[in-house]
Design a protein around this ligand. Sequence first.
Ligand code: NAP
Length: 352
Amino acid sequence: MWKHMASSLFFCGRRSVRRGTGRDSSRRHLPFWRGEMAQKTVLVTGCSSGIGLAIAAKLAHDEERRFKVYATMRNLDKQGLLVEAAGKTLGRTLEIKQLDVCSEESIKNCVDSIPDRRIDVLVSNAGVGLIGPIECQTIEEMKTVMDTNFFGLVRLLKEILPDMKKRKSGHVVIISSVMGIQGILFNDVYAASKFAVEGFCESLAIQALKFKLQISLIEPGPVVTEFEQKVFEDGMKMDLSAADKETADMFTDVYLKNYKQIFQSLGQSAEEVAEHTVKIILLDNPPFRHQTNTLYTPMTTLKYADPNGDLPIDTFYKMVFQHDKVFNASLNFIKLLRWRSKKSFDLGKPKQ
Ligand SMILES: NC(=O)c1ccc[n+]([C@@H]2O[C@H](COP(=O)([O-])OP(=O)(O)OC[C@H]3O[C@@H](n4cnc5c(N)ncnc54)[C@H](OP(=O)(O)O)[C@@H]3O)[C@@H](O)[C@H]2O)c1
């Protein structure tokens, strides 16, 4: 009997209740006109650079034209890179629109300008970073991070979710982070903003099931984009006078010193993250969480391995303060392995 109950519970689980077959929904074998008819509208936020730009461009260039992309950004003066990446898809499968996730009015204007306000897939990507000792950050700076990364998503959903609920269809894809699962030294407020996103989505996902809506959190590890560069430069310029010497040294001599190396060894490109995201969008039965970087997964697994929460904290502490030489050597080793695999992939011409 128990066995029977357990298996019914298992099969009543989220994935089987939610969505049918689990097949990949790619319409590879459908005639062109069927593909056109089934074209999904996708709204992507934060497309002036990085991951948002790469996702918008990849969707717009889809050979089967399965998507109509509304690529949005807060400042239209920054559309140059996107226009270049969009190429001939501009005005066809890709349109550029203004949207600031910190302004309800801007979100409403953008959504109202879309035919029937129909958004099949929302990709909530816009985000900002912040690193450093909290003593040296103002509450205003911290509020900007929460306002963009967390309330930005909330504002979007307040405008878009009711329509999705009415239609009983829609997929919300959020570019979260591994820092939505696990905190990292000197990323306190940024990690808090991504934890907020993850808690919010975990709660909402239960209600969403009732409306046949799908929510997916994409969790990249380090990604080499302008974000990483901006955050590093801000860290280098940071006035550390409000912190004690030990904390200030820890930030500059440990954190900033390793920052570049971590991105060089473990970092993915925005295009790689876009590829993962598009695969998730194409699934009939997308997962709630998806990590894009398998090199990072062992770290997040520690979180689930110890309900007390000490294991990941102790491991990070030892890695950073006690075994820093081994940690650095491992990063170098990973960098070398990745360089070699790229070299064989590119037939002997490694990319710089
Ligand atoms: N890079 C990483 O290592 C990494 C890792 C994990 C997750 N992520 C997440 O990935 C997402 C994209 O980051 P990215 O790496 O692609 O960085 P990015 O190149 O700096 O792109 C961030 C985008 O968000 C936009 N943005 C910022 N505030 C906005 C607002 N109020 N309204 C609308 N757009 C706004 C930026 O526009 P402007 O050009 O106007 O500033 C930019 O287009 C973020 O949510 C980030 O947290 C990044």
